[in-house]
Design a protein around this ligand. Structure first.
Ligand SMILES: N[C@@H](CCC(=O)N[C@@H](CS)C(=O)NCC(=O)O)C(=O)O
Length: 243
């Protein structure tokens, strides 16, 4: 089994942490976003979207971070299960993972692109940049790369920050009433939300801090303290460590 990823952050973190939690053997293949390795022809043969993560198992490729996590549960159901057995609780888990994929991930991602991705491509000439964008397979991602270089419109950034504030309130409210997001068990709902929320106390201290969101801080701490998370962060260099 091989996982292609940018290391333990954002969407790549979801299957990475699931693999560590389930104690599954796998080979980790890092792609360097600063070198646009995910847009190379060899990788686009694996994932035509030119995005990470992607899992290779039994000669087949599975894409989409949350789908990969569910696939691992389907293939290895008895190995440290990360899905509740109860169907209602499993539905709650999927409501939380769907929410990350459709809402929470996007607002945090746009601000991340605004802060980091723009800088990554500022040194390129217009020709070099357009040659890079030319290799991006998804139209919406091409638009995002161009926006990141030119600067996102302020009203868009304001709206994404509003959505982040809303997301944080929603997480805090749930974690005040329950130790874990979906039910009383640690599940993919926690892993997939953690992938986006981890380190928000550093990146978004105006939203995530001891005073306003003690339940989120406690939840992040409990996940970071899990042996699987510690092992993952110790063994898997992040994209930032590799620059
Ligand atoms: N829906 C996809 C999104 C994957 C995604 O956005 N991956 C990001 C990294 S977190 C990526 O590859 N970005 C590079 C790009 O779009 O050029 C999933 O959940 O796997």
């Amino acid at each position: 089994m091989k996982l292609y990823s940018f290391g333990p952050g954002a969407n790549s973190l979801k299957p990475l942490l699931a693999l560590y939690e389930k104690e599954l053997e796998f080979e980790s293949v890092f792609l360097n976003p600063a070198k646009f390795e995910h847009h190379s022809d060899w990788y686009k043969k694996l994932n035509p979207n030119g995005q990470v993560p992607a899992l290779e198992h039994n000669g087949k490729i599975i894409t989409e971070s949350t789908v990969i996590c569910e696939y691992l549960e389907d293939e290895f159901p008895d190995q440290n299960p990360l899905r509740p057995a109860d169907n209602f609780e499993r539905a709650q888990m999927r409501i939380w993972t769907k929410w990350v994929d459709e809402y929470f991930c996007w607002c945090v991602s746009t601000i991340g692109w605004h802060r980091m991705v723009g800088n990554m491509v500022k040194h390129l000439s217009d020709e070099e940049f357009e040659a890079m964008v030319d290799k991006v397979p998804i139209h919406e991602q091409k638009v995002k790369w161009r926006r990141a270089r030119e600067g996102f419109p302020q009203d868009m950034l304001d709206e994404e920050m509003r959505k982040i504030g809303h997301s944080v309130k929603k997480l805090e409210a749930r974690l005040k009433e329950s130790q874990w997001l979906a039910c009383d068990q640690y599940t993919l709902a926690d892993i997939c939300n953690f992938a986006i929320a981890n380190r928000m106390d550093q990146g978004f201290p105006e939203f995530v801090n001891e005073k306003d969101t003690p339940a989120i801080i406690d939840w992040l701490g409990r996940i970071n303290e899990r042996p699987a998370a510690k092992k993952m962060f110790a063994n898997q260099p992040s994209e930032f460590d590799r620059k």
